[in-house]
Design a protein around this ligand. Structure first.
Ligand code: MG
Length: 361
């Protein structure tokens, strides 16, 4: 079975409410879709969001990278030669990790279909069910309290709260949310690089002292500020989770060797796909450091690739895979089932999500 054709198109899915972080505001999931077709006619599908503020990629750059460089590089390769395909994908151009991730997951989808197994079983298959958190956007406090209570009423027991103004308001937000949702709900804090190191230590300690008891604090300072990450990790009890500081396996090694984080947030759009993410899992296993599997603003297709990876590796103990829960509609047949916070893996071959409709001529 050889790769006969790789094509791209676009999809646009409205969000239930605008997604706001310290870095941006987004109204819909407008992503690139990829179809890798084998000479047998079987297809694998992938997806990439344009997260310019994090990966530097746009809809145009992702499509150009795939259409003009990746597709001609991989065409004709045997789909069973996953190792060969992934090495060529890595080497054909630098960066462009989201474009690579979309093709990587489409190749894995096709490979698992060729093997007749759901992808998570090929990746290790330790889990059939995951529980995801839900993101609460940064807004005025009363709005965030309302959104948090609505999330709890939808069944979510873990909330990831976006902060990032870097003042007492961030502490007040977390106190108000903790008081509203009660002690039984897990609260994660994501500053999206919005704080300075000493300020972060002060804010996190204030949250600890006020009884907010955050499970973790994600990326408090700038991605490149590893000294700041190290200072915070050493100074507070709350575990520090590296997100924007972690793209590839080399970053994971640096973070863990220098004690600049307690936990790692893996996202396929940063690593360049499942193949590279598996390297981070291996490094994390060596250091005994647990991982979260996260997503950008992705629809069910890309999130499901992440779901299969998370279900396949026991070092991934946390799922921040709420993309489908944030979308107003689900246009795709098949794949894992998303029911509030519960994600149940499909037993059908591949990733299981059918994006064929988007490529209909
Ligand atoms: Mg984050």
């Amino acid at each position: 079975m050889r790769i006969a054709e790789i094509r791209t198109t676009e999809i646009d899915i409205p969000l239930r409410t605008p997604f706001k972080t310290a870095l941006r505001t987004v109204e819909s999931v407008h992503d690139v879709l990829v179809r890798v077709m084998a000479d047998s006619g079987e297809c694998g599908y992938g997806e990439a969001p344009p997260t310019a503020v994090i990966t530097g990629e746009t809809i145009g750059s992702i499509r150009t990278a795939i259409d003009e460089i990746i597709a001609p590089t991989l065409k004709g390769m045997e789909i069973e030669n996953i190792d060969g395909i992934m090495h060529r994908l890595e080497k054909c151009m630098v960066k462009n990790t989201s474009a690579k991730a979309a093709v990587d997951m489409a190749v894995y989808d096709l490979y698992a279909k060729a093997c007749g197994k759901p992808l998570y079983q090929l990746l290790g298959g330790s889990n059939k069910q995951l529980e995801t958190d839900l993101t609460i956007s940064v807004n005025p406090i009363d709005e965030m309290v309302r959104d948090s209570l609505e999330a709890v009423s939808r069944g979510f027991r873990i909330l990831k709260v976006k902060v990032g103004k870097g003042d007492q308001g961030d502490v007040d937000r977390m106190i108000a949310i903790r008081q509203a949702v009660g002690k039984g709900i897990v609260l994660r804090v994501d500053a999206n690089q919005g704080w300075e190191a000493k300020q972060a230590v002060r804010l996190i300690r204030a949250m600890e002292d006020a009884g907010v008891a955050p499970e973790l604090v994600e990326q408090p300072v700038k991605a490149h500020d590893l000294d700041g990450m190290r200072l915070i990790t050493a100074s507070v009890e709350t575990p520090v989770l590296a997100d924007e500081s972690l793209f590839d396996a080399k970053d994971a090694l640096t973070l863990l060797q220098t004690h600049a984080a307690d936990l790692l947030n893996i996202k396929l759009m940063k690593t360049g796909g499942i193949w590279q993410a598996l390297k981070i899992c291996s490094i994390a296993e060596i250091y005994g450091v647990e991982c979260m599997l996260g997503c950008m603003l992705e629809s069910k297709l890309a999130v499901s690739a992440a779901v299969h990876l998370a279900a396949g590796r026991s070092i991934i103990t946390r799922a921040d895979l709420d993309g489908p829960a944030l979308c107003r509609v689900d246009p795709y047949p098949g794949g894992p089932v998303y029911d509030g916070p519960a994600i149940t893996l499909n037993e059908t071959p591949g990733i299981g999500v059918d994006a064929g409709f988007a490529f209909a001529e």
